[in-house]
Structure formats: structure tokens, C-alpha cells
Design a protein around this ligand. Sequence first.
Ligand code: ADP
Length: 192
Amino acid sequence: MTVNIILLGPPGAGKGTQARILTETRGMVQLSTGDMLRDAQASGSEMGKRVAEVMAKGQLVTDEIVIGLIREKLSEGGTGFIFDGFPRTLAQADALGALMEETGQTIDAAIELRVNDDVLVDRIVGRAEQARAAGQPVRADDNAESLKTRLMAYYKQTSPMIGYYHAKGLLRAVDGLGEIDAVAAEIAAILD
Ligand code: ADP
């Protein structure tokens, strides 16, 4: 069965990691607004230049921009989507609902990766250190200061999505503190 899902959780919860596993094991399509925005930055487009500073600080870019990016992807067709890092605000959640309806699709589950704040800092600082050691670029927002802003943005603007999808009967929570494979198994059990 083809399903479309949303991954919810704070920065560092493991959304990107689990999305990658789902693309590999189930051929699902990852739609990460963070990746799309970083691609826009790398391409040097006007929009990319406009969002760079906001992202580096750890703040949210405007709803208009990210909804536009998602609209474009959905208009290309396909299904079996994993929404990763989107929706991050109630306006984005409403827009996603409308876009799915327009394309005759549904959101089948919103999966919350539950973690403790203290592991998030360790994971993100660890990710930056690993990248540095490997001579790879470090994300401009993977530093202690931006992380504080990202966490605050999550709790203020994005965590209401948990109630939103709960009210729609779509919320499923998994333990994001387990090993990567254990988390993946919990997600697979929800999708099967
Ligand atoms: P994280 O690892 O914090 O989950 P992402 O890679 O998903 O990060 O996103 C990085 C940054 O891109 C965010 O801090 C924000 O500036 C911007 N961004 C990504 N998705 C959205 C969105 N849906 N709405 C607003 N801003 C977004």
C-alpha cells in the first residue's frame, strides 16, 4: 500500500536518518524542506540568498517560501512521500492539507520521534564534529547558538503539529532514543 507520512520531532531527532531508510527500504520519496532550502542556497538563486541568513541563525524561513517549494514538488506527481521538516507551522499544515486534497492524496500518518533535549545537543554537536574531522562542510546552523534558536522555534512553532495531527487521528509516536534500526523497526510496524 502506498502511504504518505510526516516525520515530526525536534532538530536532531533523527528524521533525516529515518527518511533515508524509508527511501531505501520502501522506495518512498523524501521531501525535506531543509534540503531544498540548502540546495537553493548552493545554487546561488535569489531565494537561496534571501534565506541563508535566516537559516544560519536557526529561525524559520517564511511559510510562503516553503509552501511554494512543496507545491512545486507535489505538482511533479508521484506518491509515497515522506514529509521531513515540513510542516513546521500551522499555516504550513493547513496548506499541506489543501495541496494533498487538490492532488487527490491523503496524509496517512504523522510519526513523532520522541527524544530528550539533552541528546539533541550531543547529536548535533557530534554531527558537526564528525563532518569537521572528515573534512566535510559543517552546516552553518549546527552550532550551540543556532541550536538554541532551532529548539525554541521547534517548541514554539512546530510542536503544536503534534496536537494538530493527534486531533486528526493521524499521530503515532515512536521512541527516538533507541538504536537507528530499532527506531526504523518501530516505524515499519506502523506502516505495515
Ligand atoms: P533540522 O535539522 O533543524 O531539523 P532542517 O534541515 O529541517 O533542520 O532545516 C534547517 C533550517 O531550514 C531550519 O532551521 C529553517 O531555517 C529552515 N527550514 C526548513 N524547513 C522549514 C519549514 N518547513 N519552514 C520554515 N523554515 C524551514
